[in-house]
Design a protein around this ligand. Structure first.
Ligand SMILES: [Zn+2]
Length: 247
């Protein structure tokens, strides 16, 4: 009887050791797979921001968008992020986006508090105050990239195509007109109801705003010439959440 009990104990101990060993292996694998994943964003310090290049920031934005597409957003401790960010801000990028409620900018790049400057206006058009904000974000606060991001089904672009005239909206829509002109060689139907045509105008609009920024801001142009900054256009697809960059 004693022998049977001690045999059972030996079996339990061996089984327990094997299970523990298996768990350790699993943990090791999880760690390995975690490190192979993209860098999770955290509140940046001045030194961390300084160490980033424009290309590194574009890659991080792409990685963040991939996590958004994979439904793999970072679980955040917002209280701790608020405390980390209170002493100063060192965002890595400025996003000039449309105001559309279906384009949640921080979410689509899986960004944290203090991570992005987000300038929003219908049709992601440019004006003096926007330009000043971009200069502040980059020259004063050290952001490494400006992304002018349009999006599919943009009401501002569709209204500009429709030639809507209404109060102050009229002058805003006039700013989209150069993109309509730029899209004059589009081969399909040039109507606001044609999704492909609207997308073409959206992309041309973002590209034109990039050129305007370079033309109207000697400060930002100098930063680009020195390799300290990149200004790129992008488009957000409302249907699947994907951001396409045009570098
Ligand atoms: Zn829009």
């Amino acid at each position: 009887m004693k022998k049977t009990i001690s045999s059972i104990i030996v079996v339990i101990v061996i089984t327990s050791m094997l299970t523990s060993c298996k768990n350790k292996t699993t943990n090791k694998n999880e760690t390995a797979s975690d490190t192979s994943k993209t860098i999770r964003e955290k509140v940046l310090t001045a030194e961390e921001q300084k160490a980033l290049t424009p290309d590194m920031v574009i890659q991080r934005l792409k990685d963040g968008n991939k996590r958004f597409l994979d439904n793999n957003l970072t679980t955040r401790d917002h209280s701790s992020q608020i405390r980390d960010a209170v002493q100063g801000q060192f965002p890595k990028a400025v996003i000039l986006s449309c105001m559309d409620s279906r384009v949640p900018v921080e979410d689509i790049f899986d960004a944290v508090i203090g991570d992005l400057f987000v300038c929003r206006v219908a049709g992601n058009v440019l004006n003096e105050d926007m330009l000043a904000s971009l200069e502040y974000g980059c020259k004063v606060s050290g952001a490494k990239i400006i992304v002018v991001m349009g999006h599919g089904h943009c009401g501002a672009v569709e209204s500009a195509i429709k030639e809507v005239q209404l109060g102050n909206i009229t002058q805003l829509l006039a700013k989209v007109k150069p993109a309509i002109e730029e899209s004059k060689n589009f081969t399909g139907e040039k109507k606001y109801t044609n999704e492909d045509y609207v997308n073409e105008v959206v992309i041309n609009n973002a590209k034109i705003v990039v050129k305007e920024i370079m033309k109207k801001s000697p400060i930002l142009k100098e930063m680009v010439d020195k390799g300290e900054l990149k200004v790129v256009s992008a488009a957000y697809d409302l249907k699947n959440g994907e951001v396409t960059f045009f570098e």
